[in-house]
Design a binder for this molecule. Structure first.
Ligand SMILES: Nc1ncnc2c1ncn2[C@@H]1O[C@H](COP(=O)(O)OP(=O)(O)OP(=O)(O)O)[C@@H](O)[C@H]1O
Ligand SMILES: [Mg+2]
Length: 231
């Protein structure tokens, strides 16, 4: 039996991934600033909630909820009417919880929040925007070990997770604490200059349980959402 999958809703890419990301995978979505990481991840929760009725959560730790939702509405992804399936939370909301639970650490509060949402809405897909900010907030002492435990916790909940990894402008590293080895998959978004044009490309760097191609394919966005050009 093929592993059940969660669609990326990037047309052309799901076909390359035998239908999408295997369920309960923890996947890095890596890219330098402005490579549409947040937009690609949001499109994934938006369409999984809207078209498949799956419970989705988007945690924005970098950008406020209002600013993110405004951006996404501008891209044609308005969450009105989807609130029972798509929950968007930011640091402000988590801080409020933290005040009520003063004896708990940030990560404990975060996990409790996700656990509670999972009980009420059955989360299939979780996005964390971004992983470096989560690591700072959680004050990991031994990042590799702490991350290993965090990834295991997500896998046990059977939540498919997209972790946004922010790449430095002048580096080809996806991350700094070995998250690339710990993760089940890596999608890389890359802006490339061709003459005077800058185009966006996507590559599946790794995806466990999946036979996939390894090239870089142009990624375009229009009213219908994201699409890779494979021909
Ligand atoms: N329809 C579109 N086609 C191409 N690019 C767009 C479109 N709409 C918005 N953008 C641009 O995409 C850029 C990045 O979007 P997004 O915020 O998703 O990227 P990001 O990688 O999450 O950025 P950051 O590094 O700031 O977190 C925005 O600056 C915006 O100008
Ligand atoms: Mg972003």
């Amino acid at each position: 039996m093929p592993a059940p999958r969660i669609r990326t809703y990037i047309r052309g890419l799901d076909e390359q991934l035998q239908g999408g990301v295997p369920k309960a995978h923890v996947v890095l979505l890596a890219g330098k600033p402005g490579t549409m990481k947040s937009s690609v991840a949001f499109s994934m929760v938006y369409h999984n909630a809207k078209s498949d009725g799956l419970g989705c959560v988007y945690v924005t730790l970098e950008q406020s909820r209002d600013s993110l939702l405004e951006n996404m509405a501008g891209l044609g992804m308005d969450i009105k009417g989807l609130e029972s399936k798509l929950s968007v939370l930011d640091l402000g909301l988590i801080r409020k919880k933290l005040k009520q639970l003063a004896n708990k650490s940030w990560l404990e509060v975060f996990k409790m929040y996700v656990d509670n949402l999972d009980k009420t809405m059955d989360i299939s897909l979780l996005v964390i925007d971004s992983l470096p900010v989560l690591e700072v907030m959680a004050k990991f002492e031994d990042p590799r070990d702490d991350l290993f435990r965090f990834f295991e916790w997500l896998r046990e909940l059977e939540i498919t997770t997209v972790l946004i990894a922010e790449m430095e402008q002048d580096s080809d590293k996806f991350c700094t604490n070995g998250e690339d080895f710990l993760s089940d998959g890596i999608l890389h978004l890359d802006l490339r200059r061709e003459d005077r044009q800058v185009n966006l490309f996507v590559s599946v760097v790794k995806m466990r349980k999946t036979a996939h191609r390894r090239g870089y394919y142009p990624l375009i966005f229009d009213e219908g959402g994201f699409e890779v050009v494979t021909h």
